[in-house]
Design a protein around this ligand. Structure first.
Ligand SMILES: [Zn+2]
Length: 509
């Protein structure tokens, strides 16, 4: 039995909250029958985790009673993996991407720190996520050179159409031949700054997976997909591509305590951030020849597992590479910064700092760009680096009231892949109808034919067309020189005690 607390988890696309009660394994369909042999059962465990996001050290979070606690961390995760692997006869450790980006060490080493963590963790198969491309496609190839694991991905090529990594790998384990295909989201081009993908092409995943599946079906007993595509897309793959036995997912940070059967495919995903380790069990009953699949999550609770000493050392050696001045205390937080779905105190505060810095009418901060909660108390420079790890800068641009209205209507219809914190404005959303109303700019009614100045970061600006339906060449854009985290650090220094409140700028009715 696994006790699961109320959790908050965050993706680039927003934040959700889920409550689980006690969980028990459920009966599972027989996948297929193998020839009966010894009369014994064999158990193969595919341990899996995803979206680790540089949670090398345990992280602060808040339970359902509002009490803060720490969870995860590479040494605790490795301790859990090691303890299971000493017990299991046949096992593999796989990772489905987004290990980069989330803490300064990843930026300093351009992802190299996380390849070192994957190596030390003993990962055997890895499918990259969108954040692995955050420091550029060529950089990713370079950082993966010392990898002691196999990288597999069937749908990213160089500009000549050659795959960067093998599409699949076949491994024999416990008498079963497993075919493992890797795939990354088709949305990769929208999820990274455009220059970081300039040498690469992203292929349409379904056709690519189908092609390799056909090949594997003749050569293997079981076909697994390592997928950095998100739970919804994985569910579609399960429906569209019935030859896959299990999809080990990532990207949406979805906690699937027992996996989900979709047709004959078991879709699994282990939340994010090293808080969970997934355990996909393949059982071969040698009396009947039945092969069954089941999956569950182990919680990586601080104090509940013995941290692995070798990983503690790796984490420390990496942390020692960071400049000492990052531990400088720059101010105090009066109350925790908590990212929530929709509006939050840290979102409103950050959007206000951006707008003040850029001296614009409006501020737009994407919630996926805020990567950490922080407890109340002292704030260090390192804390700000962890909340803002991307090294973005701000960009100002102009838009008319009409263009703002069109954008907010898309927000109200939930058409965007990003959620925003807003500064300088407030509005209402009628949820059922998906319409926006009562838009006020600095307390005044929106004027449709007036021009407003706005600020956002360069990540959002590089997707201005998709998000705001504005042509970046026609909006009088100005790129501001400072890094976003330096602007935030300066704001904390000036305020000394930061009081961040949720202003309820968006009301729902
Ligand atoms: Zn992702």
């Amino acid at each position: 039995m696994f006790r699961v607390r109320l959790k908050q988890y965050c993706s680039r696309l927003g934040v959700s909250t889920v409550n689980y009660s006690l969980l028990l394994p459920v009966a599972v369909p027989i996948v297929f029958l193998l020839a009966v042999s010894s009369g014994w059962s064999r158990e193969i465990h595919i341990l899996h985790y995803n979206d680790f996001h540089v949670n090398n050290s345990p992280r602060y979070t808040v339970d359902e009673d509002g009490d803060g606690y720490y969870r995860g961390g590479a040494a605790n995760l490795k301790g859990l993996v090691d303890s299971l692997r000493t017990v299991y006869s046949y096992d593999l450790l796989v990772n489905t991407g987004d290990d980069f980006q989330g803490s300064p060490i990843s930026g300093f080493t351009r992802g190299g720190s996380q390849v070192a963590i994957l190596n030390a963790m003993g990962v055997e198969f890895f499918c990259p996520g969108n954040h692995e491309f955050d420091y550029g496609d060529l950089n990713l190839l370079e950082q993966l050179a010392p990898a002691s694991f196999y990288t597999i991905c069937c749908n990213v090529t160089d500009d000549q159409g050659r795959l960067y990594w093998p599409a699949y790998h076949i491994i024999e384990l416990g008498g079963l031949r497993l075919g493992i295909i890797g795939v990354i989201t088709a949305g990769l081009p929208e999820l990274v700054v455009k220059e970081n993908l300039e040498h690469s092409r992203v292929l349409e995943p379904v056709e690519e997976i189908r092609r390799w599946l056909r090949q594997l079906e003749d050569e293997t007993d079981l076909q697994l997909l390592l997928s950095h595509s998100g739970y919804r897309t994985d569910s579609l793959y399960a429906v569209t591509l019935p030859g896959i036995d299990a999809i080990i997912g990532g990207h949406s940070h979805t906690e699937l305590p027992q996996g989900r059967w979709i047709g004959n495919t078991l879709v699994v995903q282990a939340g994010c951030c090293g808080n969970w380790l997934g355990d996909l069990l393949i059982t071969i009953d040698d009396t009947t020849g039945a092969v069954t699949l089941t999956d569950w999550l182990h919680e990586v609770g601080v104090g509940q597992v013995t941290p692995a000493a070798d990983m503690q050392l790796t984490v420390k050696q990496l942390a020692d590479q960071l400049p000492a001045e990052l531990s400088e205390v720059i101010g105090q937080l009066a109350q925790p910064w908590l990212r929530e779905r929709g509006e939050s105190n840290v979102g409103d505060w950050t959007a206000d700092v951006m707008r003040t810095y850029a001296a614009t009418d409006l501020g737009f901060m994407n919630l996926g760009g805020l990567r950490r909660n922080l407890p109340a108390g002292e704030i260090t420079r390192l804390d700000i680096w962890e909340v803002h790890p991307f090294g973005n800068h701000y960009v100002t641009f102009e838009m008319t009231g009409q263009e703002l209205l069109m954008f907010l209507q898309r927000v109200a219809r939930d058409e965007l892949n990003e959620s925003f914190a807003f500064s300088g404005m407030e509005f209402s959303i009628h949820q059922e109808l998906g319409v926006v109303s009562r838009i006020l700019i600095d307390g005044e009614s929106l004027i449709l034919n007036r021009s407003y100045t706005a600020v956002t970061n360069n990540f959002i600006f590089s997707h201005l067309e998709e998000i705001f339906t504005l042509d970046p060449a026609l909006v009088n854009a100005r790129h501001l020189p400072e890094l976003d985290r330096d602007v935030i650090i300066q704001a904390v220094r000036e305020q000394q005690t930061v009081t961040a409140v949720n202003h309820n700028r968006i009301t729902f009715y």
